[in-house]
Design a protein around this ligand. Structure first.
Ligand code: PEP
Length: 252
């Protein structure tokens, strides 16, 4: 049985004072929610320590938004999975479309980062999704197939017992255009069937999140679709009331 998971992706937003205020409000509203749903925030590296201090002992998990594929070495500016472990990260986002588009992360690099996270015992949240152009030219499934194949080839199908997938159509991220619940459900089914073709039990237990302009007013209808196991939330995760409403929508 899969439990719902809602993860906030703060991207490059926040500062010490705002983060504390945001997290204090979220903790006050959802820490005592009696639910099997899980909640997490993925925050910029410099705030991992203070976020850990604020969230330790609460029901809210934390993680990072990226990591190096390498364990150590002369990689100026990079952060390894071992370093994330020093801050007890439960999750790390890998292959977010912004990383793929702006920083040249290929399917192969994303697969290496996924492996690096798992080597350190951190659950990767593997982002996949198509651009608007790709959707309009009818290659959505082909693109997602290729994104998943790179990871399956390197890490093996068994690795999905310790991973989360986030389906994030690029055209829906930060644009206010949400995929309809049925559009998202269709792609989630495609992903689950693909994993099932190599491991049916693994596919049944795999959490597949939807991401792309999830808001307080559309979360519920997305989360009621049978293969949508929660959400990866960008903009709305920066507003306590909105994030809390989305977490509540996952809790019923
Ligand atoms: C994201 O950054 O992963 C995301 C889904 O952003 P937004 O919710 O703002 O579309």
């Amino acid at each position: 049985m899969r439990n719902k998971l809602v993860v906030g992706n703060w991207k490059m937003h926040g500062n010490m004072a705002e983060n504390k205020q945001l997290l204090d409000s979220i903790v006050a509203a959802i820490n005592d929610l009696h639910t099997k749903a899980q909640f997490a925030v993925c925050v910029p590296y410099p705030y991992l320590s203070s976020v850990q201090t604020t969230l330790r002992g609460t029901s809210i998990h934390w993680g990072a938004q990226n990591l190096s594929q390498f364990d150590k070495g002369a990689y100026t500016g990079e952060v390894s999975s071992g370093m994330l472990n020093d801050f007890a990260c439960d999750y790390v986002i890998v292959g977010h479309s912004e990383r793929r588009a702006l920083y040249g992360e290929t399917n192969e690099i994303v697969a290496e980062k996924y492996m690096a996270a798992q080597r350190a015992g951190i659950t990767p949240i593997l982002c996949v999704g198509e651009t608007l152009e790709q959707r309009e030219s009818g290659v959505t499934e082909k693109i997602i197939d290729e994104q998943l194949n790179a990871v399956i080839k390197l890490a093996g199908i068994e690795s999905f017992t310790k991973a989360v997938i986030a389906y994030e159509p690029v055209w829906a991220i930060g644009t206010g255009k949400t995929a309809s619940p049925q559009q998202a459900q269709d792609v989630h089914v495609f992903i689950r069937k693909k994993i099932a073709s190599q491991g049916s039990d693994i596919a049944k237990d795999l959490s597949i999140l939807y991401g792309g302009s999830v808001k307080a007013n559309n979360a519920k209808e997305l989360f009621t679709m049978p293969d949508i196991d929660g959400g990866l939330i960008g903009g709305a995760s920066l507003v306590a009331d909105d994030f809390v409403a989305i977490c509540r929508a996952a809790s019923h």
